[in-house]
Design a protein. Structure first.
Length: 495
């Protein structure tokens, strides 16, 4: 069934469009119908729905059928807005998280329907043509939400610190500023999950169901059992157990019960999942301690030292993805490095196929990005080359590269970590790219290491004009099309 607010709004849109078409102002329509000006205004803004006698009066004055006014369809100018309402687009995008109330949005639609109709129609066509699902909208909205706050959330950092102190993870009465010990023991986390929330862990049952092999965990709230995939690493298990503790402690609802997320029902569900994941990483990699370690053990080195990065991963006992994503929280807040991006790539070396499966851009949309078409990502990216290296050596690889984007002034310090997957010839890489400027050079000492490889790169092969590129996977067809268009334009000028 249609929501009453949608019915009111559709009716109001029709009345406003017809009034303007007839050239009536509110006073004139009031004189012709006997309906108060304030009530007419409320009708047009979707706040009121008149009774049948008033609808008949309006239909007669505006010269339309009664049935047209009460139907849920409209003419060509209004129909895209009606389609928008019926597509649940307004409820899909979490406007309130960006400081936009639904009421304000409705006001825009009702005040200028002709001006926004084409725009809205374009959005709906784009979402259909590119198969944009509700989940796609939620994920993109979350990334924008993270960017809005430089991906740093002080309240979640404080919650993590409270849990550390409450459970005395790092010694009696430890203040987080003085943490010097190693990582949090997993068995302590298992004990907290049981003693505080009576939740047990099952590492067997998921492993015998073939269809669930790609999922990492599932929480059965009724049985109070956290099912874990038997193929998880120690670091992955620890993260998932910690995340469940956060879900329980903060009583986050609605929430997903499985990992990887299967069927998102609302933005709030995705946002709560993000809050639990963020706080879990903040607990496993405490803010003050990590800032100190980054400064002393990573950035103070005059030379690039991959072992220092590997040692820090081992020290905190976290995955490479958790660690690099945690840097996207810490670097903007504590080092002023907010011009950065994070990418996760899945690659099949034998097929020469690579896909971006996660990305985050802070401060601006940076040069490397996912594309929904069939374009081939630049094979000069460190993210791709390190996948090839991980498959070749069948080992965990950490590397660095300075990427200079072709025909731009954009240069990035890219740090990538890759590990081979169980599937033959495949691997996953995660990369953090930090835009190089005067500030970056002052903060990251090893940036001046002459041994760091510098490469000219582009976004995709199809758009790239780098000559004699040995890594090219596809001809620069899009670039060639643009050059051909320029030739046509230049010849037309001659005419």
């Amino acid at each position: 069934m249609q929501q009453p607010s949608n019915i009111n709004l559709i009716f109001g849109l029709k009345i406003r469009a017809l009034r303007i078409r007839k050239g009536f102002n509110y006073t004139e329509l009031n004189q012709l119908t006997g309906i108060a000006v304030s009530y007419l205004h409320d009708i047009e803004n979707g706040k009121k729905y008149p009774k049948a006698d008033k609808i008949l009066t309006l239909a007669k004055v505006l010269d339309v059928d009664y049935d047209y006014l009460v139907s849920l369809s409209g003419d060509k100018k209004i129909q895209p807005l009606i389609d928008l309402l019926n597509s649940n687009f307004l409820s899909t995008i979490p406007w309130e998280h960006f400081g936009v109330t639904p009421q304000a949005l409705i006001e825009v639609f009702t005040n200028a329907p002709d001006r926004v109709t084409a725009f809205i129609s374009t959005i709906l066509k784009l979402s259909r043509n590119y198969q944009m699902s509700r989940g796609n909208f939620y994920t993109l909205a979350l990334r924008s939400y993270q960017d809005l706050f430089d991906n740093y959330f002080e309240e979640l950092e404080e919650i993590a610190n409270q849990i550390i102190i409450e459970n005395d993870f790092f010694g009696e009465n430890t203040e987080t500023k003085n943490i010097n010990t190693e990582n949090i023991n997993k068995e302590i986390l298992v004990k907290i999950l049981w003693e505080n929330y009576q939740i047990s862990i099952d590492r067997i049952k998921m492993g015998v169901i073939e269809e669930l092999q790609k999922l990492r965990s599932f929480f059965n709230a009724e049985k109070k059992i956290l099912y874990l995939n038997k193929n998880l690493s120690e670091a992955q298990e620890k993260f998932l157990i910690t995340r469940e503790i956060i879900f329980q402690k903060l009583n986050l609802h609605p929430r997903p019960y499985e990992t990887v997320l299967v069927d998102l029902k609302s933005f709030e569900e995705l946002l709560n999942n993000f809050k639990a994941s963020y706080t879990s990483c903040a607990l496993l990699m405490p803010e003050d301690k990590l800032v100190e370690d980054i400064r002393k053990k990573l950035f103070n080195h005059e030379k690039w030292n991959p072992n220092a990065w590997k040692d820090l991963l081992n020290q905190y006992d976290v995955t490479s993805e958790m660690f690099l994503q945690r840097l996207t929280n810490i670097l903007p807040k504590h080092f002023g490095l907010n011009q950065l991006f994070f990418l996760r790539l899945e690659g099949n070396v034998e097929k020469n196929e690579y896909e971006i499966t996660k990305e985050l851009h802070l401060a601006q949309l940076h040069d490397p990005y996912a594309n929904v078409g069939t374009e081939h990502y630049c094979r000069r990216w460190l993210s791709i080359n390190i996948i090839k290296e991980a498959v070749k050596k069948n080992d965990y690889i950490i590397d660095v590269q300075i990427s200079q984007y072709w025909q731009t002034h954009n240069r990035y310090l890219c740090i990538s970590i890759a590990k081979p997957n169980k599937e033959k010839n495949t691997a996953t890489s995660v990369t953090i790219g930090i835009m190089i400027d005067a500030k970056t050079s002052r903060i990251i000492n090893f940036l001046n290491d002459k041994n760091i490889i510098i490469k000219n790169v582009h976004t995709t092969c199809e758009r790239c004009g780098i000559e004699n590129c040995l890594e090219r996977a596809k001809n620069p067809v899009i670039l060639e099309q643009k050059e051909q268009l320029n030739l046509i334009k230049n010849n037309l000028k001659e005419l």
